[in-house]
Design a protein around this ligand. Sequence first.
Ligand SMILES: NC(=O)c1ccc[n+]([C@@H]2O[C@H](COP(=O)([O-])OP(=O)(O)OC[C@H]3O[C@@H](n4cnc5c(N)ncnc54)[C@H](O)[C@@H]3O)[C@@H](O)[C@H]2O)c1
Length: 449
Amino acid sequence: MPAAPPPRRRYAVVGTGARAELYTSALVGEHADVANLVALADVNPLRLAAHNRRLAELGAAPLPAYPAGEFAAMLATERVESVIVSTVDATHDGYIVAALAAGCDVITEKPMTTDEERCRRILAAARSSPGSVVVVTFNYRYNPLHERVRELLAGGEIGEVASVHFEWLLDVRHGADYFRRWHRDKASSGGLLVHKASHHFDLVNWWLDADPVEVYAAGRLFFYGPDAGRRHGYARDYDRAHGSPAAQDDPFALHLADNPGLRALYLDAEGADGYHRDRNVFAPGVTIEDDMAVLVRYSTGASMSYHLTAYAPWEGYRIAFNGSRGRLEVEVVENDHVAPAAAGAVKGRSAALHGVEAAAENGFARILVRPFWAPPREVPVRGLSRRGHGGADSRMLAALLRPDLPADPLGRRATHVEGARALLVGLAANRSIATGDRVRVADLGVDAR
Ligand SMILES: NC(=O)c1ccc[n+]([C@@H]2O[C@H](COP(=O)([O-])OP(=O)(O)OC[C@H]3O[C@@H](n4cnc5c(N)ncnc54)[C@H](O)[C@@H]3O)[C@@H](O)[C@H]2O)c1
């Protein structure tokens, strides 16, 4: 007689916004043979209901939907084994800690959290729950291009790495979107050096197999916000786009009512929490930077110069590794411009999952090895996709949800410790911007071992 399949693992998702759709779709769809989504929680009952309606469209039965305040009761009642945390960044810690206290495993979205105190709380909770596993979903690690870089560096292709030069550009569509949403508030997102760059800082920690030691940064709000908007002639006089005549032809405006997914998830859910997802990027209240330069020294002696620009004409990144046997260069153009017709649009059904569907504009991805005394050689990359962050999202889901997959020789699965190490670069950079001083990571008082 064939052996009975193992019981399906019981999952709950807290935070049922745009990103949660990736997880809930996978749990009720492709991975439903190994996973059982048993409950949802959020502070907004209307968004919970919208999420359940979407799951019904996928053929799933409605799920018990809990107010966020009943999270602990939900874990007990629904006998949850694993929690997926996809709430606003500054609220991750409360759910991670409560889930660990209830004996659950945790899969949390990045950034793991937004400040030192919250990070200490998570690390302490994880230490007191050695039987539980915390995974931080650094999906960029699962991009085939990024995996190839890891293999090349670990294989000694360019010898010992002395330095990294890393530039990431967010265009005036995707970059602008951070300035319409809760991300514009540093207390909610930690700013882009935490919210966005934690992906990049994690990649470098992983690629170099090194810990950050010292950070210096400079950053400012150069493009968005009311002062810069007026100075550069882009500002329009409205607070949120919906219902504002001044937003009608503004290329920076997002029109929620034009997109059924955005309407259901945000516009029709405003009655419950008053959250506006379509703020004017030039309206007051932006407390994050849009132009940031960071210098990092690592435990291996390597250094990195990094720049994040959130108002670029095109989207993508360039990374160069200088080594003792040559140089490795990565160039990715996700879209070479923002088409005027799509300037204020977002992509996909929910249209809120930026980067999840590559834009229609032209792009390419290339890895080049430049040895000494020889012509450059392009390294082929297999499996790159135009969808889901280069195909990373679906590969990550399979790796995290399926117990039947082979071991992970590249070590892509990031724990709370790696979540903290990525975060520490952004936190140190934020502190450096605030004080003007060089910051030693050890002085942040977070023991990420
Ligand atoms: N890895 C990636 O590529 C990627 C992409 C997008 C988002 N994310 C991450 O996913 C998370 C969610 O982002 P999003 O784009 O879905 O945002 P969103 O605004 O669409 O969703 C956030 C959800 O959290 C809920 N929420 C707010 N405060 C809460 C609280 N105290 N308790 C419970 N729920 C609360 C909101 O009601 C909303 O439903 C963030 O941490 C973000 O950084 C990661």
